[in-house]
Design a protein around this ligand. Structure first.
Ligand SMILES: *Cc1c(COP(=O)(O)O)cnc(C)c1O
Length: 413
């Protein structure tokens, strides 16, 4: 479907029709499409300096972004590595974890991750997200990653404690067997995105962190989706009250304007890469590392968060999500309702669940015909609007979700 322009939460198709973007264009848009403030910052930067080598050179937009971003992150997460997409931010985190162990004289090459996790499409990210089933063609090329069940939870769930305990038992067994071979555990904190908008509790992340710390295994938070306000806090690690060793950020970093990513690590990790020998260095760099336009967009976006009270807007969206999901309570097709920050999700009780559920593409068409860009993940219907979305438009989206549930219900009869 050709799209020609966007403004706020709205997109205009080549057919002249308007569509409400309720998935933030694959989870990247934060303040809204074509936000004039970000657009101006990019234009001004483009007229000054568009790109410069970032090996042995630096520039003010990168320095400013590093300063402002690390001031927002939990203390200790103070060293940034720039790249240009979420997969690479994860890839870099895995490479740092691996080389960190090597640089300290005790190589570790195994990793831990979660069933249903998605971390991107490069080889390390694929290995960590292998259970998604997206990467079967490359199975034989992947390195060792042991997976744990993800203790997903939702409103009114009473068995989450048991699920968490089961996952931790499996973790303990892995640690018993391979404890000193694990470089890191990788997790999407609080919300697994592509795996179906599955939530977990902060308590679980805290339990993970505690077990890993005592064995010197690094904790990597993949906040490529959860970063920049999606969970209601600036970062999921804030909301969870758990400080990781490394964090991967991308999608919302530039407000969705430009491809850019950062991997942020703790000072002690950074220090393990310092020295006279080249072998100690992280020999990883990209042509467009710390692109100036991306940095300018990201700095403008962070300013907007402060000036526009963006997190209060997310809280207002969250309140409407909760109200409308309550209104659906008792609907025969509704399973596992859940809300966190700007994200609301529910599972449809259909016979063929999972990512390949036929109902997904059917619903996508149903929504598009009504001017709503909503793209279910199989049988999981979710909303993740840009934060500028007005209450009235959000209610319109929920009216569409209600109509969709009626439609699916009628077809089943
Ligand atoms: C989208 C996503 C990625 C990959 O980011 P790309 O920019 O698409 O490479 C990694 N991790 C998570 C959690 C994501 O949602």
């Amino acid at each position: 479907m050709p799209v020609v322009s966007g403004r706020g939460a709205w997109l205009t198709g080549a057919d002249g029709r308007q569509y409400l973007d309720l998935i933030a264009s694959w989870w990247v848009i934060t303040h809204g499409h074509a936000h004039p403030r970000v657009a101006r910052a990019i234009a001004r930067q483009a007229e000054t300096l568009e790109q410069v080598i970032f090996a042995g050179f630096t520039h003010e937009p990168a320095v400013t972004l590093a300063r402002e971003l690390t001031a927002l992150l939990p203390p200790g997460l103070g060293r940034l590595f720039f790249s240009d997409n979420g997969s690479t931010a994860v890839e870099v985190a895995l490479k740092i974890a691996c080389q960190y162990a090597l640089n300290r004289g005790a190589p570790r090459t195994r990793f831990l991750a979660f069933e249903g996790g998605y971390h991107g499409d490069t080889f390390g990210a694929m290995a960590a997200g292998r259970s998604s089933g997206f990467f079967r063609a490359f199975e034989s090329l992947m390195f060792a990653v042991d997976t744990l069940p993800f203790p997903a939870t939702w409103e009114g769930d009473e068995a989450v404690g048991r699920r968490e305990a089961e996952s931790l038992v499996i973790l303990d067994a892995h640690l018993e067997r391979h404890g000193e071979h694990y470089a890191a555990l990788l997790v999407e904190p609080l919300i697994q995105g592509a795996g179906g908008m599955r939530f977990c509790r902060p308590e679980f992340l805290a339990a993970l962190a505690e077990r890993l710390r005592s064995r010197d295994i690094l904790l990597i938070f993949d906040e490529v989706m959860t970063g920049f306000g999606r969970t209601g806090a600036m970062f999921a690690c804030d909301k969870a009250g758990v400080v990781p060793d490394l964090i991967a950020l991308s999608k919302g970093l530039t407000a969705g304007f430009l491809p850019m990513a950062v991997t942020v690590c703790q000072e002690r990790i950074y220090e393990a890469f310092l020295g006279e020998e080249f072998a100690l260095a992280l020999a990883h760099g990209h042509s467009f590392t710390a692109n100036l336009l991306g940095c300018a967009a990201a700095v403008a976006s962070l300013e907007l968060f402060a000036e526009e009270g963006t997190l209060a807007r997310v809280a207002a969206i969250e309140a409407i999500h909760r109200e409308r999901l309550r209104g659906l309570q008792g609907h025969p097709l509704l399973r596992r309702p859940r809300v966190m920050g700007a994200v609301a999700a529910l599972d449809l009780a259909v016979a063929d669940g999972g990512y390949s559920a036929k109902v997904g593409p059917e619903l996508k068409r149903f929504f598009l015909e009504r001017g709503l860009l909503i793209r279910p993940l199989g049988n999981v219907v979710y909303l993740m609007p840009p934060y500028c979305l007005e209450a009235e438009a959000l209610h319109r989206a929920w009216d569409g979700v209600e109509a969709a549930l009626e439609w699916v219900g009628r077809r089943r009869e």
